[in-house]
Ligand binder design. Structure first.
Ligand SMILES: [Cu+2]
Length: 324
C-alpha cells in the first residue's frame, strides 16, 4: 500500500485475520476432534463385537478425526468471511482486488495430498491386517493374518490350531448354516463360540446373495457355485443380526436371522446336541462340499424327509398345491 494512501479499515485477508483464523481453527479442531474420538467414536458402526468390527470402528474414527479439521476449517473460513468481510451498509466502494496466494495454495495442495495419500496407505494396511477386514476373499484367501489353519474338516475343539468352519448357504430366501466339523448338520441357527476365530465359507444355491453379519464386521457375497471365505473372531457373547445385503428377489427383505455368540462350553454343548437332534436329516443331505448344485439333490431325499413314499401319496412336487 502506498505511504500516502488514506488510512483504510482492516482489509480482508490481512495478517490479523490470518492469525485469528489460524488460532480459532486450531482450538476448534482440537475440541471437535476430542468430541469425535471420545464421544462419537465409541458409537460408530459396526461396534466392537468382534476383532474385525473393532478394527472397522477404529478406522472410521481415524477417518472422522482426520476429516473433522478440514470441515472445521472450511466452515470457519466461510463463517468468518460472512461475519467480518461483508459489505457495511452504505459502503459503495469496490472490494479489495483478489490475488493468488502461493503459500495458501501450496499449503492446501500439500496438506490434502498428504491426507489422501496417507489414508490410501492406511486403508490398504487395514484391509489386509485384520484377516481381510471381514470381507469375502474368494475361495483362496490371501490375507489370513492371525487365523489358525483349516487343519481338520471333521472335528473342532476350542483354542486349537484348527479354525472353526461354518458354511453359510444363501438361498431364496433364507440363510442356512452347515457345521462340517460336527458331522455336517445344517441349521437355520448361526451359533458361534466367543473369542474363537471362525472361517465362514459363503456360497449360494441360486442367485447372488450377500452374507452380512453387520455387528461382526462381516460382509461377503454368496455366489452360486463359488466358495467365498471371510473371517471373524467374535469377542462379545450375545445376539447379532444377519441380513442379506444383495437384492435377491421379492423376499430379499425377509432374509434376516438372529445369530448368537456363546461361551465355548455352551457352544460345544449346542453343537453336540444339534448334531444328535438333526442326525436323521443330516444323513439325507448332500455330502458336505464347498459348493452345491441344487439340481443334483437326489429325488428321494425330500420325500424321505417328509415321510412320503411313492406308494403312499406320490413324490413331493413343490409345484403341486394339493401336496403338503
Ligand atoms: Cu438374499
Amino acid at each position: 500500500m502506498a505511504a500516502d494512501a488514506p488510512a483504510a479499515p482492516v482489509v480482508a485477508g490481512s495478517r490479523t485475520d490470518a492469525a485469528r483464523l489460524l488460532i480459532s481453527w486450531i482450538v476448534l479442531s482440537i475440541v471437535a476432534d476430542l468430541l469425535v474420538v471420545l464421544a462419537l467414536g465409541p458409537h460408530l458402526p459396526p461396534g466392537r463385537a468382534s476383532v474385525q468390527a473393532a478394527s472397522q470402528q477404529t478406522d472410521f474414527t481415524v477417518l472422522a478425526a482426520l476429516a473433522t479439521p478440514v470441515v472445521v476449517g472450511v466452515l470457519l473460513y466461510f463463517g468468518y468471511a460472512l461475519a467480518f468481510w461483508r459489505k457495511k451498509p452504505g459502503d459503495e466502494t469496490d472490494a479489495a482486488p483478489l490475488h493468488g496466494n502461493l503459500k495458501v495454495q501450496a499449503t492446501w495442495i500439500i496438506g490434502t495430498a498428504a491426507i489422501v495419500l496417507g489414508l490410501a496407505v492406511y486403508g490398504t494396511v487395514e484391509l489386509i491386517v485384520p484377516a481381510g477386514a471381514g470381507g469375502g476373499q474368494g475361495p483362496q484367501p490371501i490375507f489370513k493374518n492371525g487365523m489358525p489353519a483349516a487343519a481338520s474338516l471333521t472335528s473342532w475343539t476350542p483354542n486349537s490350531n484348527n479354525i472353526l468352519q461354518v458354511q453359510v448357504i444363501g438361498q431364496q430366501w433364507a440363510w442356512t448354516f452347515r457345521y462340517p466339523q460336527f458331522g455336517g448338520f445344517e441349521t437355520t441357527h448361526l451359533v458361534l463360540p466367543v473369542n474363537q476365530p471362525v472361517q465362514f465359507n459363503v456360497t449360494s444355491l441360486d442367485v447372488i446373495h450377500s452374507f452380512w453379519a453387520y455387528t461382526l464386521g462381516v460382509k461377503a457375497d454368496a455366489n452360486p457355485g463359488v466358495n467365498n471365505v471371510a473371517y471373524a473372531t467374535p469377542t462379545d457373547t450375545g445376539y447379532f443380526q444377519v441380513r442379506c445385503a444383495e437384492l435377491c428377489g421379492i423376499w430379499h427383505g425377509s432374509m434376516y436371522d438372529t445369530g448368537q455368540v456363546m461361551t465355548d462350553s455352551n457352544f460345544m454343548a449346542w453343537a453336540q446336541a444339534t448334531k444328535t437332534q438333526l442326525a436323521a436329516l443330516t444323513k439325507i443331505l448332500p455330502p458336505y462340499a464347498l459348493t452345491y448344485d441344487p439340481t443334483t439333490i437326489p429325488a428321494g431325499a425330500i420325500n424321505q424327509a417328509l415321510g412320503l413314499t411313492s406308494a403312499g401319496g406320490g413324490y413331493y412336487n413343490p409345484a403341486d398345491p394339493e401336496q403338503p
